[in-house]
Design a protein around this ligand. Structure first.
Ligand code: 2AM
Ligand code: CA
Length: 272
């Protein structure tokens, strides 16, 4: 993508992301309409839908040729990967939004010809905007994030896992998680994939391992992580196609290979 086009889209998207945060903050004291989706742990509220619709309307009005890949169904059904695609999660961490009224984020990515170009993760309650443009660095509000330290000692690492990894399934061996937990210093779980990847990008956590995440959960945060030289792959070490659902393992360069080779690679009974 041309640098000027990227900057122009970044400025436009930033305006929408900040506006979406304002709408969410204004809605915090209203009575919520909460529904469970097919998966037992998956929730959606009227705010998730309202915010997604806000983005879809603005993007379609401003960039009619762009496609939208989004969680709540207002985006496009057929995504080929060609052209410009927006991956949008109106609220990442919906359960936190409902239960805690914090620890959730708006996540917006722009992908052009399959390459992540622009990423925004907005922690709406803390009013912290993480952003990145490809090859132009990552920012926390207006402060540039430094490159990640390369830490090698697993014994000193703090990781986070998502809930699904700790449940037995025919798709993976959860003993791998127990083996990793025994090796590292601590394991946490925040409940928002986007914010957990961002914690790695900020150097506050050393890695995040999760199962079955969608493009809108991870694309924007991976774009930010790339700019600080963090690594994001599938749990078997394979490259991530930003349009596909799957597992994810993000970390700094120092521990990535050892965790994939010693703990994760043989862990999947089948690809998920
Ligand atoms: P969501 O809040 O947008 O649904 C929680 O571990 C993290 O995993 C959140 O980022 C959540 O995103 C994501 N996730 C993806 N699919 C999920 C599911 N079926 N159930 C619960 N969380 C899911
Ligand atoms: Ca969501």
């Amino acid at each position: 993508m041309n640098e000027n086009v990227r900057r122009e889209m970044y400025d436009q998207a930033k305006e929408w992301v900040l506006k979406s945060g304002e709408i969410i903050r204004d809605s915090l004291n209203e009575q919520r309409i909460i529904k469970s989706k097919e998966a037992r742990n998956d929730l959606v509220t009227d705010v998730d839908k309202k915010i997604e619709l806000f983005f879809v309307k603005e993007i379609k009005r401003t960039y009619p040729k762009h496609l939208i890949l989004s969680e709540e169904g207002y985006g496009d059904k057929e995504i080929t990967g060609n052209g410009t695609v927006w991956a949008i999660d109106p609220i990442d961490g919906t359960r936190n939004f409902v239960n805690q009224k914090k620890n959730f984020a708006v996540s917006v990515a722009v992908i052009h010809q399959g390459v992540g170009e622009i990423g925004f993760i907005y922690d709406v309650i803390e009013e912290v905007l993480y952003s990145a443009r490809k090859s132009e660095g990552a920012y926390k509000n207006n402060k540039r994030l430094g490159n990640l330290e390369v830490k090698k000692e697993l014994e000193e690492a703090s990781l986070s896992f998502n809930h699904e990894l700790l449940c037995e399934s025919d798709a993976f061996d959860r003993n791998a998680m127990e083996r990793i937990a025994n090796k590292v210093r601590s394991v946490r779980s925040k409940g928002s994939a986007a914010l957990e990847i961002i914690q790695v990008a900020e150097g506050l956590s050393d890695g995040y391992i999760a199962k079955k995440l969608s493009p809108w959960d991870v694309a924007a945060a991976i774009i930010v992580l790339n700019e600080v030289h963090g690594i994001a792959t599938r749990t078997n070490g394979n490259k991530i196609n930003l349009f596909e659902e799957g597992t994810i393992f993000v970390s700094n360069k120092g521990i990535h290979k050892q965790i994939v080779l010693n703990y994760l690679k043989d862990w999947q009974r089948k690809l998920i």
